[in-house]
Design a binder for this molecule. Structure first.
Ligand code: NAD
Ligand code: TDX
Length: 339
């Protein structure tokens, strides 16, 4: 079994590669990644010399190169994590999101049609459903919830999802889609809420909370997401969407305060800044379908997962120090400077 994992030098893709190499030591895993600002080759160092692992630096939008790799590797399964993934960056410059997230997905699926695969899996997000109001805690996203996007990022992911379903109906391509809630854990790029707050707190820098910090996200430990995708690609039904979520809703401000407590830092570091444009209020996934069909349930409780995550950042300072010492500083200044 050969699996091409795109975007495997990023946060979730790398965790998925580690999980799969351990769980299925007889599989060959080929990681295709463009190594954008979010992709980090040092992340994959622990597996780089494994005989059943190969890394290829490639853009999923480069049709010729992608076809060449498929011709060479003849993959059975393709799991597409490659994407521009940060909402704030999509608000600043949408175009690259349309290119990678939509056109790149089309190139990968065209390659799948041309060379034949048993499964193309699209890693999607709960953000395609838009948001829910704070005063209706009884409401959750199901797979039937209409797509209703807010940001250029979520719109590009929703477009890709629609394209996948169209390729299934039109060309009979064996696709599946998973829509997951917010992940956290090791190797999370420090532009996202949890790692940004950990890294800033460790440097005694201000902790920029958007708006009043009341927005709610449903947090899932990254390994639980990887386990769910492993189940879907093997046993999930073709042409189907599976929601993945932890039933672990928390307001941003509560997460930031928790991080302060865990790191023994004063809450006076918290700084309320101008809200994100079009900021989604609440995400909440109903994971009944994947539980009933595939027996998946989140295994890592938030109390345990956040400790594992903080410990990981404390013991992997060189990983994130290297990231924040480069172009990240320009990004940070652009994004937070005048806020
Ligand atoms: P990430 O930004 O950490 O990693 C993205 C990876 O894709 C990087 O390694 C980057 O180099 C690579 N990449 C970007 N453009 C590429 C291109 N054109 N060709 C090849 N590689 C390219 O993202 P992540 O948080 O790991 O998210 C992975 C996937 O999961 C994305 O599709 C995202 O939409 C989805 N998702 C993320 C979350 C979350 O909480 N992080 C939740 C639900 C769904
Ligand atoms: O500095 C910050 N301050 C702040 O208050 C940052 C970076 C974020 N926030 C808020 C915005 C959100 O309400 O925290 C919440 C989480 O923000 P992000 O970490 O940027 O995640 P989110 O926008 O929820 O999107 C994430 O989950 C769904 C991923 O980045 C997406 O790739 C995924 O699809």
């Amino acid at each position: 079994m050969t699996i091409i994992v795109t975007g495997g030098a990023g946060f979730i893709g790398s965790n998925f590669i580690f999980y799969m190499l351990k769980k299925h030591p007889d599989y060959r895993i080929v990681c295709l990644d463009k190594l954008t600002y979010a992709g980090n080759l040092s992340t994959l160092a622990p597996v780089m010399n494994e005989p059943n692992f190969r890394f290829v630096k490639m853009d999923i939008c480069d049709r010729q190169a992608v076809y060449g790799l498929f011709e060479e590797e003849k993959p059975d399964i393709v799991v597409n994590f490659a994407a521009e993934s940060h909402v704030d960056r999509s608000i600043e410059s949408p175009e690259i999101f349309l290119q990678t997230n939509i056109l790149g997905t089309a190139v990968l699926m065209d390659a799948c049609r041309k060379y034949g695969i048993t499964r193309y899996h699209q890693v999607s997000t709960d953000e395609v459903y838009g948001d829910l109001p704070l005063d209706r805690p009884d409401l959750f996203f199901t797979e039937e919830t209409p797509i209703h996007t807010s940001s250029p990022y979520s719109s590009s992911k929703a477009s890709a999802d629609l394209l996948c379903l169209a390729y299934h109906r039109t060309y009979d391509l064996p696709v599946s889609i998973s829509r997951c809630s917010n992940n956290y854990g090791p190797y999370h790029f420090p532009e996202k809420l949890i790692p940004l707050m950990i890294v800033n707190a460790l440097h005694d820098k201000p902790l920029p909370v958007y708006g009043q910090g009341l927005n709610v996200r449903d947090w899932l430990y990254v390994e639980d997401h990887c386990k769910a995708i492993d189940l879907v690609i093997h046993d999930g039904r073709i042409g189907e969407v599976y929601n993945i979520g932890g039933h672990n809703e928390m307001a941003n401000i509560d997460i930031v305060k928790l991080i302060c407590r865990k790191l023994n830092k004063p809450e006076s570091l918290i700084t309320y800044v101008t809200d994100r444009k079009g900021h989604d209020m609440r995400y909440a996934i109903d994971p009944t379908k994947i539980h009933n069909e595939l027996g998946w349930l989140p295994e890592t409780k938030f109390a345990e997962g956040i400790d594992l995550t903080i410990d990981w950042y404390l013991s992997h300072e060189s990983w994130w120090e290297e990231i924040i010492s480069g172009d990240y500083q320009n990004y940070y200044q652009r994004m937070y400077g005048g806020r």
